[in-house]
Design a protein around this ligand. Sequence first.
Ligand code: NAP
Length: 277
Amino acid sequence: MILVVGAEGMLGRDVMALLGDRAQGVDIADIDITSLESVMEVVAARKPDVIINCAAYTDVDGCESNTEKAMAVNAEGVGYLAMACREQSAVLVQISTDYVFDGGKGTPYVEDDAPHPLSVYGESKLAGEMNAAFCPEHLIVRTQWLYGIHGKNFVETMLGLAADKDELTVVDDQIGSPTWTVDLARAIVALVDGGCRGIYHAVNSDYCSWNGFAQAIFEAAGLGVAVKPMTTTELNRPATRPLYSTLDCTRLMNDTGFQPQPWRTALRDYLAARSVQ
Ligand SMILES: NC(=O)c1ccc[n+]([C@@H]2O[C@H](COP(=O)([O-])OP(=O)(O)OC[C@H]3O[C@@H](n4cnc5c(N)ncnc54)[C@H](OP(=O)(O)O)[C@@H]3O)[C@@H](O)[C@H]2O)c1
């Protein structure tokens, strides 16, 4: 049995849907990963073969002013899950982020590149990766720029703003791969079923800026919204983001045969899936 922790989150819900009868889901109402007692109790009762941890404190700017919570959920909580998995001889699958990198490499990051987070969120997620490795059977899946039907995300924000604006300003100097949570769920399941261990990168293929992503969203949705450029410095958010943090997925493709689809195709699939919800 696969236990999905954070099963009510944006990614967790798509992972649950894909796994069907193979999975049981728990979220904050059933388990608090910041409590060792809670984690041990739930894992001992459910006896999973695999835990996929989709739970996290994902408010990147919020983490800057709430370091304690960021470290408790994203780092210590993963350590507790690793301890429980170790005791049960289960596999721990931990979801991580491109924000463990500083974005200065200039080409897509491979799994063995040295991490250097720029934000509290990135630091807490990197500490989570290290804690996950306390479980001998661990799989770490780094991803980026997620959007899915079951969560607040950039696509919905843009479509919401388009309701009463015909011109928007969006940053054009951060580059990444927008990734649909359904496609990420497929990659995670391919890695789990393939018995993969260690670190993997999993994103939709090709890349763009947030500005380019916004333009593609309006184009695909048939909306005539002009998207003007601005810089990250002008936007001035509390957390520093990497400017170029695309992730190379060669290891995922070689070891599982899984081929991530281009982000533009995934966006069209998402908009189609969303329209029948
Ligand atoms: N979103 C992105 O763009 C992005 C990019 C790269 C990597 N990731 C990673 O991908 C994973 C999934 O992200 P997501 O956007 O799907 O997250 P999400 O929608 O924020 O879902 C996280 C879930 O974890 C739950 N949770 C929070 N604290 C918990 C705790 N102490 N114990 C148990 N459950 C707890 C949350 O409950 P509440 O809602 O009640 O807090 C929520 O249901 C995370 O590891 C994230 O770091 C996300």
